[in-house]
Design a protein around this ligand. Structure first.
Ligand code: ADP
Length: 619
């Protein structure tokens, strides 16, 4: 039998394991036990749907044997097992979620710290063993196969004899060297304490096979693990560390979760749920492959790894486990979707998560802001998803940057600071806080001591449009036409001025064609000469967002070029209208392009603009 080579990625990982100077080598045991646990789960689950496979649940177990003399540590299970192809595929390639996550993490972070912080799977056995033998027999098959590897130089697969289905992994433990002691992995006491430490919640019994030194008789210990999954434990008795370890291993994250949500329900439907809000987006969050969902168990037995129906789309970043005795084990995916209990659980879970977020916002503001930085877009998406179905539940969880407070505020906080007779919440949109702060329209509002929300996220304005109002206060984009702070008198005066120069503006508008719907004087501006606003429902920001989407849909805001009547430029254009209409045409183009630039819109013909400006400068 010729040696097979590991796939390139796997080889890299293996090298890393073999030469690892990471001190936390002991996690290899947790990894192998966790694989054994999965194999037992899979077998049990299979037996529920496949009549050819009979399983006595009581006999499913994980066994550990130590042979000190030969330096062997054996971990065996009577689970689903692997056939020849599976041995090659599963142990010869990195294809699995955990190892993939690990690989990505390696590319981002420093190597040493990453290893061992979360599941790295089977390969971690090479941190402590110089030779690994995997003997496996797939449930329902008659042949068994043996996979042998000393690490870097590949692996071999041959036939072997094995009585029962399942997998036996034998590690030849390395000799102690100057830097590292490996002997302890051959000490019963040490191995037992590792099982307690890392694998206590494993639902199948982990027993140790002991040999009486004199009689050579073999006996098995009682289960070393308590077999209570962490989510079923009393939450008062769980240390944060335990939650973190569970989270990191299960969900392949190397950072601690931002929030742990552990809840129990009894009554109409009973369930335990243990959920986590990650501190960082999951490694594949922004890929097409990412799927939301929680692990679904029925009484400690895994039914489904990602039950999508348990989470609304906007909470897709939440990770966790739900265990309910009310769900039948052999329920099909299609039936699950219709399942009434599951719907109730999903609803309660959503409520619970939102309550936790609300508490966080009220009591741990900094943590909430960190959360919002990472997942705020999700909450905003939740507001306008499904035609605003959830907007009432979510409106108080959205925060925006405030011109007045110079930090993130809720809408409630904004409204609480308003004058009694004010009925408007002002906002401005732009790429960055700094850019918005420099917008011509903002200056005037600041002068009048009004608070403005700065919206920098592309979805922000859609959120406000969906909310429509907050506590009866309407939202007004200060770059839209709805925005006017002037008194009736001032409005009247302005209208008159606009009427007086109507012909001039029409002349100018002709020069810009359909680009703008009108040109006029404004009293919104203090020192700035011009600005661009929009008329109607579509604002400039919305136009930018919609036109940037990869669809055929294109919309154009109705743009209005507004000119500060108190600025000298107004006198200049009037003068030009009287005396030099050709030059006024050029001025109009320049003013319009400038206004576009201020709004963050592209100018159609930069060369023309440059030529015009230079021409004017040279006069
Ligand atoms: P992961 O556990 O993250 O999938 P591993 O490298 O630990 O990655 O294992 C790779 C695959 O090998 C597993 O997904 C599983 O299909 C298979 N495997 C490992 N150990 C066992 C086992 N004891 N019994 C059956 N299959 C196993």
């Amino acid at each position: 039998m010729s040696k097979r080579q590991f796939k390139a990625e796997s080889k890299k990982l293996l090298d890393l394991m073999i030469n690892s100077i990471y001190t936390n080598k002991e996690i290899f045991l947790r990894e192998l036990i966790s694989n054994a646990n999965d194999a037992l789960d899979k077998l049990y689950y299979e037996s529920l749907t496949n009549k050819n496979i009979k399983v006595d649940k009581k006999k499913l177990e994980i066994n550990i044997i130590i042979d000190k003399e030969k330096r062997l540590l054996t971990i065996s299970d009577n689970g689903i097992g692997m056939d020849k192809d599976e041995l090659a595929d599963n142990l010869g390639t990195i294809a699995k979620s955990g190892t993939l996550a690990f690989k990505e993490a390696l590319e981002k972070k420093d190597k040493i710290n990453v290893i061992g912080q979360f599941g790295v799977g089977f390969y971690s056995s090479f941190m402590v063993a110089d030779k690994v033998i995997v003997e496996s027999k797939k449930a329902g098959n008659s042949e068994a196969y043996k996979w042998v590897s000393t690490g870097a130089d590949g692996y071999e697969i041959t036939s072997c004899n094995k009585e029962n289905n399942g997998t036996t992994i034998t590690l030849h433990i390395k000799e102690n060297d100057k830097e590292e002691k490996y002997d302890e992995y051959l000490e019963e006491f040490k191995v037992q304490s590792l099982i307690k430490k890392y694998s206590d919640y494993v639902t199948y019994p982990i027993k140790m096979e002991m040999e009486d030194e004199k009689t050579k008789e073999k006996t098995k210990t009682d289960p070393i693990n308590s077999m209570v999954p962490i989510w079923k434990k009393n939450k008062k008795k769980i240390k944060d560390e335990e939650y973190y370890n569970f989270y990191q291993e299960k969900f392949f994250d190397y950072s601690k979760p931002l929030k742990v949500i552990h809840t129990k329900a009894e009554g109409l439907v009973s369930y335990d749920a243990l959920m986590f809000i990650p501190a960082m987006p999951p490694y594949d969050f922004y890929t097409k492959e990412y799927k939301k969902g929680l692990e679904l168990y029925s009484n400690g037995v895994l039914i489904m790894e990602k039950c999508e129906d348990l989470l609304p789309d906007y909470l897709n970043f939440v990770k966790g486990v739900v265990d309910s005795p009310d769900l039948s084990l052999n329920i099909s995916r299609e039936m699950l979707q219709q399942n009434r209990q599951l719907k109730v659980i999903a609803k309660n879970i959503e409520k619970k998560i939102l309550k936790e977020l609300t508490d966080m916002l009220e009591n741990e503001r900094e943590t909430y802001e960190a959360f919002f930085k990472t997942f705020g877009v999700n909450i905003k998406y939740g507001v306008y998803d499904n035609y605003g179905e959830k907007k009432d539940e979510l409106k108080d969880l959205v925060i925006f940057y405030s011109s007045k407070e110079k930090k993130m505020v809720t809408l409630k906080e904004y409204v609480s600071r308003m004058n009694k007779d004010d009925d408007t919440i002002y906002y401005a949109c732009g790429e960055t806080i700094d850019k918005i702060d420099m917008m011509p329209q903002v200056e005037n509002l600041k002068d009048k001591k009004k608070e403005v929300l700065y919206l920098t996220d592309y979805v922000d304005e859609f959120v406000l449009k969906m909310l429509d109002k907050y506590e009866d206060k309407k939202f007004v984009n200060i770059a839209s036409n709805d925005f006017d702070l002037s008194s009736e008198e001032e409005k009247e005066e302005l209208k008159k001025k606009n009427d007086d120069d109507k012909e001039m503006f029409e002349f100018m508008k002709k020069e810009l064609g359909d680009e703008v719907s009108s040109i006029r004087y404004t009293n919104k501006l203090k020192n700035h000469p011009i600005c661009l606003t929009s008329e109607g429902n579509v604002t400039v920001e919305m136009q930018k967002v919609i036109n940037a989407m990869p669809t055929d849909e294109h919309i154009n805001a109705k743009l209005v070029l507004e000119i500060n009547e108190n600025h000298t430029i107004s006198k200049k254009i009037k003068d030009l209208y009287e005396n030099d209409k050709e030059t006024l045409k050029k001025y109009t183009k320049i003013l319009y392009d400038e206004a576009r630039l201020i709004e963050g819109l592209p100018v159609e013909n930069p060369t023309e603009l440059s030529n015009l400006v230079c021409e004017m400068l040279s006069k």
